[in-house]
Design a protein around this ligand. Structure first.
Ligand SMILES: *[C@@H]1O[C@H](CO)[C@@H](O)[C@H](O)[C@H]1NC(C)=O
Ligand SMILES: *[C@@H]1O[C@H](CO)[C@@H](O)[C@H](O)[C@H]1NC(C)=O
Ligand SMILES: *[C@@H]1O[C@H](CO)[C@@H](O)[C@H](O)[C@H]1NC(C)=O
Ligand SMILES: *[C@@H]1O[C@H](CO)[C@@H](O)[C@H](O)[C@H]1NC(C)=O
Ligand SMILES: *[C@@H]1O[C@H](CO)[C@@H](O)[C@H](O)[C@H]1NC(C)=O
Ligand SMILES: *[C@@H]1O[C@H](CO)[C@@H](O)[C@H](O)[C@H]1NC(C)=O
Length: 523
């Protein structure tokens, strides 16, 4: 008896462990990225720039490498898209003969030399390539997956149309040299199991930005990575700053291997025209832009092809109204499609960007001190899309997601008369909304909407379930009529995150207001 008990518990122990750890390598099946056991792995990455002039991962003059890695883990990212310049593989003088110290000194960045001496003395006298390896290895020690992103050719800021390495065949972008560098990088990290993928080239662009050259050269880069390390995911960018993969609609990439190709797409608010989100009604514009993004790349998911949104993000100060509105729409779309993604960026600040020293990255999740979170509400919004909602090996549940906060609707358990409030999606009870009948159910109780503006929305076992309609172009407003004929929408009382009824906000046309507090995405 005792023996059989320990037998049973031994296996329970094993199976609970196996749920927590990802077994590498990763591969793809239909649109999903899977681990070795066939379980979905959702990449929720942060971009860590290491491609600028000093050719050293940013932030190391501010905090110890291990503290930064641990901070990434504590912010619940599971992976880093680490950028690198091709020269690190193709110019041995740069990679092997220039130390971190020499690189900073040659740029007159003496403060950073002192900072690295203080926080990361171990790397100060390492050649640049070895310092890069230290970063990858430390990320691995902290359980973080890494995507090595070849960002450009020569160290520096990226990207503009005039760059000499904007596209295949440009003066500073020799496709053969590029393929050689990719293969070398793939080979170098063959033994690092946490390096799960490589993205071939960031944001191809420029006047020769047409698909024929893409179809000619991207497979060469892909084969080079695969030859260097066949375990890696091979991540392929679209043209026009990685905003356009539409040419894959009627033509496919031709490579010799299967189950490893992932496409990547970038989407910023300025991709949609500078400031244009502020000039349009968010419901109307969100639908229009999502149509565009779907046409340009999102359609791949529907074709059973994996896609990672490998750059997005906005000024986190809240000052960019256009960016704020775009983020709410983007997060709703990312949740609906349960996308893999990488936010721009981890930094912080940059040692040196386009001539400015210590330039602050307003899009960064970390402050310029590289340890404090720049904006906790931005991070909370992202947290809503960090965990997978569905996919192979996962149990999916219906949820009502609030893109503005990254939270989900849940039952307020502390109240003696149950009401609705927002809470972490992972802990929320399933919410079922059927657009046809219009009732919203949580835990065998249905929503009874109040008749008075500002009142909390109740949950009842009773029979007076309210009929909620999805109005507005995004279908994200949940509205109902009160007994005296008033049209109200579910909304959030930001003081305590409770769900209340308010007059419906800016359903269409009006660009002066922001409807996002009333947006709920049915998942
Ligand atoms: C590195 O520096 C040493 C000594 O200065 C020199 O002999 C060697 O050729 C250099 N190697 C490369 C690849 O630049
Ligand atoms: C290689 O890197 C070194 C050190 O940064 C630089 O001086 C040299 O010009 C580079 N060589 C090429 C061919 O880019
Ligand atoms: C990888 O590990 C194998 C076996 O331990 C070793 O022979 C090889 O040199 C390692 N490769 C690299 C690039 O470190
Ligand atoms: C995307 O690229 C294709 C192929 O070059 C082109 O025909 C199309 O106009 C582009 N789409 C956009 C929105 O620029
Ligand atoms: C695909 O690539 C292989 C080898 O790289 C080549 O032999 C074949 O012709 C290509 N197929 C197409 C349709 O381009
Ligand atoms: C964080 O972002 C929100 C939303 O854009 C903004 O209202 C707020 O002021 C920002 N907070 C900080 C500390 O920048």
């Amino acid at each position: 008896m005792a023996r059989s008990i320990s037998f049973c518990c031994f296996f329970l122990f094993i199976s609970s462990i196996s749920k927590l750890t990802t077994s590498y390598p990763l591969s793809t099946k239909s649109r999903w990225i899977l681990d070795e056991k066939g379980q979905r792995v959702k990449l929720a990455c942060v971009n860590w720039p290491a491609h600028l002039l000093p050719a050293v991962a940013e932030g190391l003059s501010k905090q110890p490498l291990d503290s930064i890695s641990k901070k990434i883990v504590s912010m619940r990212f599971n992976c880093v898209r680490l950028t690198w310049p091709l020269d690190l593989m193709t110019n041995d003088t740069l990679a092997l003969n220039v130390t971190v110290k020499q690189s900073f000194e040659s740029l007159k960045l003496f403060e950073d030399v002192a900072g690295i001496q203080t926080h990361n003395p171990k790397i100060l006298n390492l050649p640049l390539l070895n310092a890069f390896q230290e970063v990858v290895s430390n990320l691995g020690q902290n359980g973080l997956m890494v995507i090595l992103d070849n960002h450009l050719t020569t160290p520096g800021w990226c990207c503009s149309d005039n760059d000499l390495d904007a596209f295949f065949g440009y003066p500073n972008f020799d496709p053969a040299e590029w393929a050689t560098g990719l293969k070398k990088m793939a080979t170098l990290f063959r033994n690092a199991t946490n390096v799960v993928g490589m993205s071939l080239r960031n944001e191809p662009r420029g006047t020769r930005d047409y698909p024929d050259l893409w179809f000619r050269f991207m497979p060469q880069g892909a084969e080079a990575v695969h030859a260097g390390n066949p375990k890696l995911l091979v991540i392929v960018s679209g043209i026009d700053y990685d905003t356009n993969l539409s040419f894959l609609r009627d033509r496919s990439i031709n490579v010799s291997f299967t189950d490893k190709i992932v496409f990547e797409l970038h989407w910023y608010s300025f991709t949609d025209g500078r400031g244009s989100w502020a000039k349009h009604n968010s419901n109307d514009f969100c639908v229009k832009i999502i149509e565009k993004v779907t046409r340009n790349g999102g359609f791949l998911l529907g074709r059973g092809l994996p896609l990672i949104l490998s750059e997005f993000g906005t000024d986190e100060s809240g000052a960019d109204m256009s960016g704020n509105r775009y983020m709410n729409c983007l997060v709703a779309w990312a949740a609906e499609n349960d996308l893999d993604w990488a936010v721009w960026a981890l930094a912080g600040d940059y040692y040196l960007r386009t001539g400015d020293t210590n330039m602050v990255e307003t899009y960064g999740v970390l402050d310029a001190n590289w340890i404090d979170v720049r904006n906790t509400s931005f991070l909370q919004q992202l947290s809503g899309i960090q965990l997978p909602f569905r996919g192979p090996g996962l149990q999916s549940k219906n949820l009502l997601f609030h893109p503005l906060t990254g939270l989900c609707i849940s039952n307020n358990p502390s109240a003696n008369s149950p009401t609705l409030r927002l809470g972490p999606c992972a802990k929320s009870e399933p919410s079922t909304y059927n657009p046809k009948e219009g009732n919203l159910w949580i835990n065998k109780m249905c929503v009874e909407a109040p008749n008075v503006v500002g009142q909390k929305v109740k949950l009842r076992v009773g029979t007076r379930c309210s009929k909620l309609g999805q109005i507005s172009a995004t279908k994200m407003h949940l509205s109902f009529k009160t007994s005296n004929g008033l049209l109200l929408c579910l909304d959030v009382d930001q003081r305590d995150n409770s769900i209340v009824a308010n007059p419906c906000k800016c359903l269409t046309r009006d660009a002066s207001c922001d409807p996002a507090s009333q947006w709920f995405k049915v998942l």
